[in-house]
Design a protein around this ligand. Structure first.
Ligand SMILES: CC/C=C\C/C=C\C/C=C\C/C=C\C/C=C\C/C=C\CCC(=O)SCCNC(=O)CCNC(=O)[C@H](O)C(C)(C)COP(=O)(O)OP(=O)(O)OC[C@H]1O[C@@H](n2cnc3c(N)ncnc32)[C@H](O)[C@@H]1OP(=O)(O)O
Ligand SMILES: CCCCCCCCCCCCCCCCCC(=O)OC[C@@H](O)COP(=O)(O)O
Length: 377
């Protein structure tokens, strides 16, 4: 193990990274609150400022992936469609299999210049996660309770608000609605069987209502669906803790651009269209399992320096006062002050561990298993 790799695995380094992320994130959240009056005066200006503020937070995690862990992200796609990426609004449909799938998504957003503005249909619980969840409120992220009776109006209303968004964005939909686990897969395949749908090997049965409502409300605003299928080389099981420990992964993403006009307007046909799409995605995963690659040529955009520059900037801003504080504390020699500092550090690291826990599949919700109608056992 080289010196750098040894340093990357040290708890003190992780503590410093988490401190930078948390304190800079809270500063950004505070600035976001200050933009509230601006929404009344100029909504578009407030949105543009919040896009840049969101970039300050999200790109730190992208920098951790790209520059700290050195993870490589390869894009398989049609070279003729490549110039359009980042230049239009799009609905991204992605498999929900990995703990860091959202982070790989963010990395591609960063490389195509839409990181600050990108959106997702997210479960309501994530709105309460400090820094990221609070940031999302100002980005007009669409939240759902995963209870259609309640979501049908709120989700449509939130989507309507995005129609005059001032910058290009990608709207991410994990149509499976929850992370893949063998148990959830088993339940959802029972439902597939009851509906007479072919079984999927690598995906849960997609939920079609959120997809339908998104397509209907973004028609005329979003130009295309980016059907995206993600996997990792050598059966790697990537985690956020792995990234923080400096572990390098190899992500492969296969993207097909499908014009939005080709998605049927009728709800039942649209649902059938999505089921067919997931059957195709399953085929791509099968090909990946057999051959180690997706179809199509590789058109990988290179990583950009901005995420690293942003990270270094915020590190300087928040580490300098911390250094002064520690020096002052040590020179005071007060046992009480030092004990208080240890307590604060422990609380912060526990808080960060809880946040990281939000990404872990073994802490995944029971959604998709607890209310399955076909569970007769
Ligand atoms: C060039 C590069 C391209 C791409 C780069 C890639 C990506 C980058 C893009 C953007 C990045 C932006 C941001 C990323 C950052 C962070 C994201 C992080 C996390 C957020 C993710 C989440 O929170 S996922 C969870 C929330 N989202 C969803 O659930 C979306 C999908 N769900 C739906 O659409 C649902 O329909 C709903 C939520 C709208 C409503 O939920 P409800 O439970 O009420 O669902 P339904 O009524 O649909 O469910 C009943 C129907 O479903 C059938 N079914 C299937 N399986 C089951 C099962 N296991 N149990 C029960 N029911 C099941 C059922 O039969 C019903 O069928 P119907 O025929 O009656 O519809
Ligand atoms: C710079 C590096 C700093 C390192 C410290 C970073 C720690 C910050 C961690 C904050 C992470 C919060 C982002 C939440 C994104 C989680 C995405 C996700 O995958 O959500 C799960 C849902 O889709 C489905 O939920 P389940 O039904 O499976 O349950």
């Amino acid at each position: 193990m080289g010196l750098l790799q040894f340093l990357k695995s040290q708890f003190l380094c992780h503590l410093i990274m988490c401190y930078v992320f948390l304190v800079s994130g809270l500063i950004v959240n505070l600035i976001q609150i200050c933009t509230l009056p601006l929404w009344l005066v100029s909504k578009q200006l407030a949105r543009k400022i919040n896009i840049r503020l969101a970039y300050c937070i999200a790109s730190q995690m992208v920098a951790a992936l790209e520059w700290w862990s050195g993870t490589e992200c390869t894009l398989y796609t049609d070279p003729k469609r490549y110039p359009l990426y980042g230049k239009e609004n799009a609905i991204v449909v992605l498999n929900h299999t990995f703990e860091i799938d959202f982070l790989c998504g963010w990395t591609f957003c960063e490389r195509f210049g839409v990181l600050g503005s990108s959106k997702v249909l997210a479960k309501r619980e994530l709105a309460y996660v400090p820094v990221i969840g609070w940031m999302w409120y100002f980005l007009e992220i669409v939240f759902c309770k995963r209870k259609w009776e309640e979501d049908r109006t709120t989700v449509a209303q939130s989507l309507q608000k995005l129609r005059d968004y001032p910058e290009n964005y990608w709207f991410l939909l994990f149509c499976e609605g929850t992370r893949f686990t063998p148990k959830k897969h088993q339940f959802s395949m029972q439902i597939a069987e009851s509906k007479g749908l072919p079984k999927l090997k690598y995906h849960l049965l997609p939920r079609t209502k959120g997809f339908y409502v998104t397509v209907q409300n973004l028609r005329g605003t979003a130009a295309a669906i980016y059907d995206s299928t993600l996997n990792f080389r050598n059966n790697e099981v990537p985690t956020l803790l792995g990234i923080i420990n400096g572990k390098k992964y190899h992500a492969d993403l296969y993207v097909r651009r499908i014009p939005l006009e080709s998605v049927p307007e009728d709800e039942a046909e649209c649902a059938a269209w999505l089921h067919k799409l997931y059957q195709e995605k399953d085929g791509f995963q099968e090909q990946y399992a057999q051959t180690g690659h997706f179809p199509g040529p590789i058109m990988s955009p290179p990583r950009r320096p901005w995420s690293l520059i942003n990270w270094l900037f915020w590190s300087c801003v928040v580490l300098y006062p911390l250094g002064l504080l520690i020096a002052q504390m040590l020179s005071s020699g007060s046992v009480l002050t030092i004990a208080a500092a240890v307590v604060v550090c422990s609380a912060v690291s526990m808080g960060m561990r809880w946040m990281i826990g939000q990404t872990e599949i073994d802490k995944s919700s029971n959604y998709g298993i607890k209310a399955a109608p076909l569970n007769n056992n």
